[in-house]
Design a protein around this ligand. Structure first.
Ligand SMILES: C[S@@+](CC[C@H](N)C(=O)[O-])C[C@H]1O[C@@H](n2cnc3c(N)ncnc32)[C@H](O)[C@@H]1O
Length: 171
């Protein structure tokens, strides 16, 4: 865990289980312009920077037919995040919330996801926009994004919708 991911005031950590339940394979790395958390976009739509997904050659045959996809779901491993936090206070909101109500990288299994736009494929290297991770972040999986089943335009995150309305006025 890097130094800038400490437990803040108002945050609560849980003990990790004694052993893990499954193993995963990192299938590549993500190359981005960001090496410092303070420069990294907070979400996938905050930057148009072109990033490169470098899939390990071993898995390259699995890219068959990917070139016809305009968008992909990318799953990645937030390798520099703590795994114990159950209650968090993101600095840009300043309010304590449950880990599973947040898109924070700090979670028991630090899996992140973004829907990216596929610009180009060069062998096992994919140029994309729509990522928000530090350079060198491990890649877990790639899947086609199906607008027909993955898009839920009327979905709401209650606390976020409330926070955009601004503070409640006194009656
Ligand atoms: C809020 S998360 C969102 C990730 C993903 N789009 C999601 O919704 O699951 C993005 C933030 O994670 C942090 N981050 C990026 N790469 C990381 C890494 N490899 N390890 C730990 N934290 C990382 C940065 O602070 C970045 O702004």
């Amino acid at each position: 865990m890097s130094e800038d991911f400490g437990v803040r005031d108002g945050e609560v950590a849980a003990a990790l289980p004694a052993k893990s339940d499954a193993e995963i394979y990192f299938i590549g790395r993500i190359r981005t312009p960001w090496t410092d958390r303070k420069d990294c976009p907070k979400n996938a739509r905050e930057s148009d920077a072109i990033c490169t997904i470098e899939l390990d050659e071993r898995w390259a045959p699995g890219l068959k037919d990917v070139g016809g996809c305009t968008h992909l779901v990318v799953l990645y491993w937030m390798d520099r995040a703590p795994r114990t936090l159950v209650l968090q206070k993101p600095s840009h909101y300043g309010v304590q919330r449950g880990t599973f109500a947040l898109r924070s990288p700090a979670r028991p299994n630090p899996i992140a996801m973004s829907v990216v736009k596929l610009l180009r494929m060069d062998g096992a290297k994919l140029s994309v926009t729509g990522l928000d991770c530090l350079d060198g972040t491990p890649l877990l999986d790639l899947k086609p994004y199906f607008a027909s089943t993955d898009s839920v335009p009327d979905a709401v995150v209650g606390w976020h919708a409330e926070s955009r309305k601004g503070p409640k006025k006194a009656p």
